[in-house]
Ligand binder design. Structure first.
Ligand SMILES: Nc1ncnc2c1ncn2[C@@H]1O[C@H](COP(=O)(O)OP(=O)(O)O)[C@@H](O)[C@H]1O
Ligand SMILES: [Mg+2]
Length: 257
């Protein structure tokens, strides 16, 4: 690994320790807040079922809905930080993406989004937990789709390549892009530019915590033209030449949904 790569990994490790401490604090708070929220929900429901004036019922409904919104945020937070067990295995990244895209259903009609899968022509082996990696890729796809929906549609290209001792997986869209001052902040828990009902701000921080667990890197940049690219880099395991290429394994080089 080159010096620049080592520095990147070290920076990311320090960052992820900070995020882990922050995560523990937030989980403690979420647990404390959940109990009183549960009581507010329960008692407001009991009261609403009673014989009250329409105005009082309406006011109670505001209390109930706001408590439910807060409870949803708390549950997102607990899910984000739950200590799940990882089932680490060797995975071929082209195959993981091929399978994911074969089963994924695209939102039809609402918006015109074209997805192209651009796979490296050799197998790319990494170590990771399949469901966690799928979660990372789904989060990145959802963000790109949501960015494109804002402007009525566009293109997403998912590219895999080998870069030295790394596997690079990039998600490029031609949407509105990310303001320069947000390029780092988007990975922080709860950072969102979406309305509360649409985004909890935990998608990218979840990606970050998963990828750094595998000693990988994740970063964002704006494209020269329109849109943004999120790049995931994972250490390549060293037995790549021994498995069949994705084409031999029946995965096509590009996919348009
Ligand atoms: N492809 C993208 N294009 C533009 N902005 C993006 C993109 N991906 C992420 N973002 C920005 O990063 C923020 C954080 O993303 P995320 O952590 O997934 O939370 P959420 O999607 O719930 O807002 C988003 O609110 C958005 O502002
Ligand atoms: Mg998101």
């Amino acid at each position: 690994m080159g010096i620049a790569d080592q520095k990147k990994v070290q920076e990311q490790r320090q960052n992820s320790q900070l995020l882990a401490t922050l995560g523990e604090m937030l989980t403690g708070i979420a647990n404390e807040v959940n109990n009183p929220l549960g009581s507010i929900l329960l008692y407001s429901e009991l009261l609403m079922a009673g014989d009250l004036s329409p105005q009082t019922k309406e006011d109670l409904k505001v209390i109930h809905d706001e408590a439910r919104r807060a409870a949803r945020t708390m549950s997102d937070l607990l899910n984000y930080h739950r200590q799940e067990k990882s089932d680490i295995q060797q995975l071929e990244i082209n195959r993981v993406l091929g399978d994911l895209f074969r089963t994924r259903r695209y939102k039809d009609g609402a918006c015109d989004i074209t997805v192209t899968l651009n796979l490296h022509d050799r197998p790319l082996l990494v170590e990771g937990d399949l469901s966690q990696l799928n979660r990372v890729f789904m989060n990145l796809m959802s963000n790109a789709e949501e960015a494109l929906t804002k402007i009525g549609g566009g293109n997403i290209t998912v590219t895999t390549r080998k870069a030295g001792e790394w596997v690079q997986i990039s998600f490029t869209d031609d949407g509105p892009g990310i303001p320069q001052e947000n390029l780092q902040r988007i990975f922080y828990p709860f950072f969102t530019t979406k309305q509360a009902v649409f985004g909890s701000g935990l998608g990218l921080s979840t990606c970050y915590s998963i990828i750094t667990r595998y000693k990988g890197l994740i970063h964002a940049r704006n494209n020269e033209e329109d849109g943004a690219t999120i790049i995931v880099e994972l250490p390549l395991t060293d037995t790549c030449e021994k498995t069949p290429s994705p084409r031999e394994a029946g995965i096509t080089g590009s996919l348009v949904a």
